[in-house]
Design a protein around this ligand. Structure first.
Ligand code: UD2
Length: 306
């Protein structure tokens, strides 16, 4: 395993950098390809087993060069904002569909053992049943969700045409250190947390009774790594199987930070789903892992890291 090389696209980003850390700790050699549009070099450790290439997944030649000698590929480079995909669907599709196709082509040509790529719970749209299983109807409500679903279809086709082994991971709501709170599209935990630390009131869209399945980034990184060596192919949820509403989340954050700021309520966001909770049966069977971090432990770790 020590000699195995993994290409991580988007490795300088939020989920990417945690995955790189764990890959290095497991003895892999890691090559990161990142255009640094949202990722940061300071997210990456100094390590002999790590090489960094500044480049874009939309540049096929750059992806092919980076893929050389790789046994595995973890594809995380993407335009990650649902809201931005609505505002600029063309550029979002370029990065999230064409970028992914470049990675699939290069992975196939290099003969990698496994391609693991980031999909999203956004492919499901509004769920009919909770928890949401992988067999549920797919009905994306945003260009972002559709792009990820198209990626899954390409992955299936690349398997049929060329036998490229792949696993798409449908992440639920990921949180943890290095998630940027400043972007207008930032995740709710990083925003609430930032408000409480700076002693300003958090904004709740709607009544705050909407629920989400929040998973700590280190558990997501473990799922990514398990997926690389899993014999399974197709798509798989990455979730905790629990859900919590935003008001309960806020009181946990009040406890962790020691700062109590009352929320300001604004109307709900149009594209919002009401409830989300992932079914974890498949991930437990295919990846042989379970989340190790409770929501409160993850929030404490976020507080300590800040
Ligand atoms: C998450 C993912 C998205 C996609 C989707 C799939 C993030 C950042 N986004 O979108 O990529 O995978 O799940 O379903 O993880 N909210 C507030 N106040 C704020 C910010 C948000 O009340 O300041 C609410 C928001 O209206 C929503 C909930 O918090 O009801 C979660 O919002 P989010 O943006 O963190 O994530 P979500 O579920 O829209």
């Amino acid at each position: 395993k020590a000699s195995k090389r993994v290409l991580v696209t988007g490795g300088a980003g939020f989920i990417g950098s945690h995955s790189v850390e764990q890959l290095l700790a497991s003895g892999y050699n890691v090559c990161v390809l990142d255009n640094l549009s949202t990722g940061k070099l300071t997210n990456l450790p100094h390590h002999d087993g790590l090489t960094f290439i500044k480049g874009d997944v939309c540049d096929l030649q750059a992806v092919k060069d980076a893929m050389q000698g790789a046994s595995y590929c973890l594809h995380l480079a993407a335009q990650v904002s649902v809201v931005r995909s609505v505002e600029d669907p063309s550029s979002s599709a370029q990065q999230n569909i064409l970028g992914c196709i470049n990675v699939m082509q290069a992975a196939h040509e290099a003969g990698v053992n496994k391609l693991v790529y980031a999909s999203s719970a956004a492919v499901y749209g509004n769920p009919r049943h909770l928890p949401i299983a992988e067999t549920s109807t797919v009905c994306p409500l945003s260009p972002y969700g559709l792009e990820k679903w198209v990626d899954e279809q390409y992955a299936a086709l690349f398997h049929t045409l060329y036998g490229l082994p792949s696993l798409g991971l449908r992440y639920f709501n990921v949180f943890g250190p290095r998630q940027d709170p400043k972007s207008p599209y930032a995740g709710v935990i990083s925003k609430f947390f930032d408000c409480l630390i700076r002693k300003t009131s958090p904004t709740v869209f709607g009544d705050g009774r909407q629920t989400r399945d929040f998973i700590f980034v280190k558990d997501v990184a473990r799922a990514n790594i398990a997926a690389l060596t899993s014999s399974h192919q197709g798509v798989c949820n990455v979730a905790t199987g629990n859900r919590v509403d935003l008001l309960a989340l806020l009181s946990l954050l009040h406890g962790v930070t020691g700062n109590y700021l009352p929320a300001v309520h604004l109307p709900s966001r149009d594209e919002d789903i009401r409830d989300s909770q992932g079914d974890t049966q498949r991930s437990r069977a295919w990846l042989d892992i379970q989340p190790q971090w409770t929501l409160n432990e993850g929030l404490k770790a976020l507080y300590t890291a800040t």
